[in-house]
Write a protein that binds this ligand. Structure first.
Ligand code: NAD
Length: 335
């Protein structure tokens, strides 16, 4: 038991360090696959031996702390994490569907569940707050409860409307991912090389570093894009009955939503989506690290609810890791 406790402490220390480098400094020193491997090991240890769980264990927390250089923003509706399905093959989709059906108490012959299947964009989560249809604030996820005010930098992203089309609800928080397209990333790195400046490790790192810049003029020079995938606080707007209808409504307001999404029926539909996206992953104009499945019906989502830091109605289904464990060089830690 002592050695298990020691291993758990060792994993917590490593994950704290890597999490800080990734979430706070935008400067990871190990590939995501390595972080995910250690996270799964700790999660399995804690599941088998719940007494090893500590209050500050990374498996129960979201993201990282905010930087003191930014004003703090309290998220009235927390920005959560998503559980990652451990089986990256077709079995992962079936596991999730079986778990949802079990949690809902469905009989074996009950009809298939409809899922909203989406891409898992590899960028930085942002909450956009519109009041009376006007963008008033943009914040990072931070630790899920408190994020950083990055409004000035987000205003420089041309794709994000400063005013919503046709909606003037008192409060509408749109949540999504700021990311950098691969061609924009290559062009940015070419420019950096020409000027003899530091290049960026990957598009995610470049996007996160740009959003968390203290100087909006520098952020404005970094080509960023945005896709919405959810909502936070909403007042005075009638929520559609399903996740997919909500995304359709956002499109009509002028908010960018990725068109690579589908309604998948049951486990078979999820497997088909996962396979189709795997085949086109390399030709997408931006990086993804997997797909996300969400129970589409909002009433069913409410029935399923949440467990600690994640909803029971959603799962991330990643593709087998492509990254090797190499030293990450040339990082942008400017904030
Ligand atoms: P997560 O795995 O908890 O997933 C939730 C996040 O997914 C959201 O906040 C959002 O930003 C994003 N997302 C993308 N597409 C989405 C969609 N369609 N719907 C909903 N959310 C979507 O996110 P996380 O905690 O930020 O972790 C992401 C990954 O970061 C981890 O799996 C890990 O691989 C990596 N990470 C790496 C290191 C490292 O040292 N290399 C350290 C920490 C985390």
């Amino acid at each position: 038991m002592t050695s298990l406790a020691e291993r758990a402490a060792e994993l917590r220390a490593l994950l704290h360090r890597y999490g800080h480098e990734y979430y706070v400094l935008d400067a990871p020193s190990v590939p995501d696959a390595e972080y995910d491997r250690l996270f799964r090991e700790l999660d399995a240890l804690e599941t088998a031996h719940p007494e090893l769980k500590t209050a500050d264990t990374p498996t129960q927390r979201v993201g990282g702390k905010t930087l003191p250089e930014f004003a703090q923003v309290r998220h009235d509706v927390p920005m959560l994490s998503i559980r990652t399905e451990t089986d990256s093959g077709p079995g992962g989709a079936a596991n999730f569907d079986a778990k949802v059906r079990r949690d809902l108490g469905l009989a074996a012959d009950a009809p298939a569940i409809a899922y909203a299947a989406e891409l898992k964009f590899d960028g930085l989560a942002i909450s956009l707050r519109y009041e009376a249809g006007i963008l008033v604030r943009a914040a990072t996820r931070g630790d899920g409860e408190t994020g950083e005010d990055v409004t000035q930098n987000i205003r420089t992203i041309g794709q994000i409307p400063l005013r919503l089309a046709g909606v003037a609800a008192p409060v509408l928080e749109v949540r999504g991912e700021v990311y950098m397209r691969r061609d924009d990333f290559d062009a940015l790195n070419a420019r950096q090389r020409e000027r003899g400046e530091k290049t960026f490790v990957n598009p995610r790192n470049a996007a996160a570093g740009a959003v968390r810049q203290l100087d909006p003029r520098i952020a404005a020079q970094r080509p960023l894009s945005f896709f919405a995938y959810g909502l936070g606080q909403v007042e005075g707007w009638a929520l559609p009955g399903s996740h997919s209808a909500m995304l359709d409504a956002l499109v009509t307001m002028g908010i960018p939503v990725c068109t690579d999404r589908a309604i998948a029926e049951g486990a078979a539909g999820l497997v088909a989506f996962h396979t189709a996206i795997a085949a086109k992953r390399d030709s997408l104009p931006f990086d993804i690290d997997g797909v996300v499945y969400k129970v589409d019906d909002r009433a069913l989502q409410a029935q399923l609810g949440f467990v600690s830091r994640e909803p029971r109605w959603a799962v991330a289904h990643k593709y087998p890791a492509q990254e090797m464990l190499t030293t990450v060089e040339s990082i942008d830690v400017q904030v």
